[in-house]
Design a protein around this ligand. Structure first.
Ligand code: HEC
Ligand code: HEC
Ligand code: HEC
Ligand code: HEC
Length: 88
């Protein structure tokens, strides 16, 4: 985003996916550049089901964020987006 490289992820004309994105699946879109991460994760014995389900966007905002790591929320709030919060 800091280089205004919108077309690294979006297609100017035509539309093959929602938001005119280059890839339909979000992991595929992110792994276009995050190739080391893709191969590192593939080697791990155990993977978070969220990743196995092909999710990046529930946790990250690809455009920008006030939080570090482009996160949409921080701390437990990030996890409670999908996991139910139980009273302790
Ligand atoms: C790293 C990849 C990436 C880059 C670079 C990127 N976008 Fe996006 N953009 C996305 C994704 C992924 C979505 C869909 C977000 C969602 O559905 O939660 C999106 C959604 C959008 C939307 C729909 C509205 C919204 O905010 O959800 C607009 C408009 C948009 N992008 C414009 C831009 C512009 C303009 C640029 C360059 C300044 C840009 N994007 C750069 C990945 C990117
Ligand atoms: C066009 C190439 C490209 C694409 C596509 C891309 N990224 Fe990135 N991303 C980068 C670069 C370059 C950096 C900065 C260097 C690095 O950390 O590898 C970065 C950094 C990040 C960071 C770390 C930011 C920080 O402040 O530490 C996150 C999180 C991230 N990307 C998430 C995503 C997600 C989620 C997607 C898919 C929606 C995505 N990226 C798609 C190029 C890309
Ligand atoms: C369940 C939430 C969650 C999901 C899903 C998720 N991430 Fe992250 N990601 C995080 C958190 C938390 C961090 C650490 C941020 C920090 O503290 O800097 C992080 C860090 C990162 C970083 C920067 C650190 C590094 O290892 O280089 C990148 C790049 C990144 N994520 C990309 C992705 C991509 C691509 C996907 C989808 C394949 C994804 N993430 C899915 C929560 C998530
Ligand atoms: C995008 C939705 C989503 C988010 C956000 C999310 N998770 Fe998950 N997580 C899942 C799903 C789906 C499962 C598998 C079903 C279940 O156990 O609820 C799972 C399972 C887990 C498991 C058990 C291992 C596994 O994958 O089966 C742990 C541990 C876990 N999550 C931790 C976290 C933490 C910590 C966070 C916050 C950083 C977080 N999750 C955020 C979707 C998510």
């Amino acid at each position: 985003m800091s280089k205004n490289a919108c077309e690294e992820c979006h297609i100017r004309h035509g539309k093959i996916a929602a938001r005119a994105l280059k890839e339909r699946e979000e992991t595929k879109l992110c792994y276009l550049c995050h190739t080391a991460m893709a191969s590192d994760i593939a080697k791990l014995q155990s993977q978070h089901t969220a990743l196995k389900d092909g999710k990046c966007l529930p946790c990250h905002d690809p455009h920008g964020s006030d939080e570090k790591g482009l996160l949409k929320k921080t701390g437990p709030e990030l996890c409670f987006v999908c996991h139910q919060q139980h009273r302790l």
